[in-house]
Write a protein that binds this ligand. Structure first.
Ligand code: FDA
Length: 268
């Protein structure tokens, strides 16, 4: 409930103005966002990689509604996929709210013609996702499965946490049983344990799937899983457009919200 309210009011321009007036170095922002420049993402990467973790880097930006900008985004995505391949790495497309799912998966299909290693994000809270997992559980297909972070209507998404979690497990079964490369993007201890059991059940060896978590969220668990021999990747966001991302992190945990409100008040 709180999550839905917070995601809703975050669209207010007054709230956005008040929050983005905070320096990125303030505690609550820097816990979740590496910084505003590429250098800050490189620094965060160096620190995490030195502890045995892998990273995936997100240059923050969202809500592109202009078709011309979207076309430029596809061209840019090709350029980025090229650069990633030259650097020996891969690109995964983030997923925004359900109104963009079809267009994002269409872009994925186009990119995969030249860059089959391009990964997708699927959100377990959407009713459609189990079917999308079936479509994408084939060899060479990299799928990052998360719960989903946007405010979505009942018509398209499960609303209760228990239903989202059950859907996550169903989706995970499809991905683990399939022949693609599942990326288990969750901090939820139950789902992490279930992912390990499913990997055993379907005879997956370490290195044929991986765990992923967000920068600043459960760092001890990231290291624990890595020390057990699992591949663990940390999602590092950076850039000036950090507002929407930060609000979604606040909405996920009430304790973050309290800390955040205190930061705002003490700034005044
Ligand atoms: P849940 O929210 O139930 O949290 C489980 C536990 O994890 C909590 O009890 C708490 O201990 C800890 N936790 C979770 N979030 C926390 C936070 N913000 N602060 C402190 N503790 C926290 N979503 C999306 O819609 N599109 C996308 O493209 C992506 N991409 C993405 C990539 C990666 C690598 C990850 C890990 C996640 C995403 N997400 C995303 C976000 C995802 O949809 C989801 O909102 C968050 O991961 C939180 O869900 P959990 O599975 O962690 O469970």
């Amino acid at each position: 409930m709180l999550r839905q309210v917070l995601l809703g009011v975050s669209r207010s321009t007054r709230i956005k103005k008040a929050v983005t007036a905070m320096p990125v170095s303030s505690g609550i922002v820097s816990r979740f966002v590496a910084g505003e420049t590429a250098d800050t993402a490189v620094l965060a990467t160096e620190k995490l990689v030195s502890t045995g973790l892998n990273v995936t880097i997100d240059h923050l930006g969202e809500d592109t509604t202009n078709p011309v900008e979207a076309q430029i985004a596809l061209d840019n995505a090709r350029t980025i996929c090229h650069a990633a391949r030259n650097a020996g790495t891969t690109v995964t497309l983030d997923m925004e709210d359900h109104t963009t799912t079809d267009s994002t998966l269409e872009i994925l299909r186009e990119l995969r013609q030249d860059f089959p290693e391009t990964g997708a994000v699927l959100q377990a809270y959407l009713h459609r996702t189990e079917a999308d997992c079936r479509d994408l559980a084939h060899a060479g297909s990299r799928v990052r499965l998360c719960k989903g972070a946007y405010k979505e209507p009942e018509s398209v998404a499960f609303q209760a946490k228990a239903d989202v979690d059950k859907s996550y497990v169903r989706c995970l079964k499809v991905l683990m049983k399939g022949s693609g490369y599942p990326m288990v993007a969750s901090h939820d201890p139950r789902l992490i344990a279930i992912a390990g059991s499913l990997a055993d059940r379907y005879g997956r060896e370490q290195g044929t799937y991986e765990y992923q978590m967000l920068y600043g969220v459960r760092p001890d668990e990231q290291l624990r899983l890595s020390h057990e021999g699992n591949t663990v990747r940390v999602y590092i966001p950076y850039g000036q457009d950090w507002y929407g991302y930060l609000v979604r992190r606040m909405a996920e945990k009430p304790a973050n919200l309290q800390f955040f409100l205190r930061s705002l008040i003490s700034k005044k």
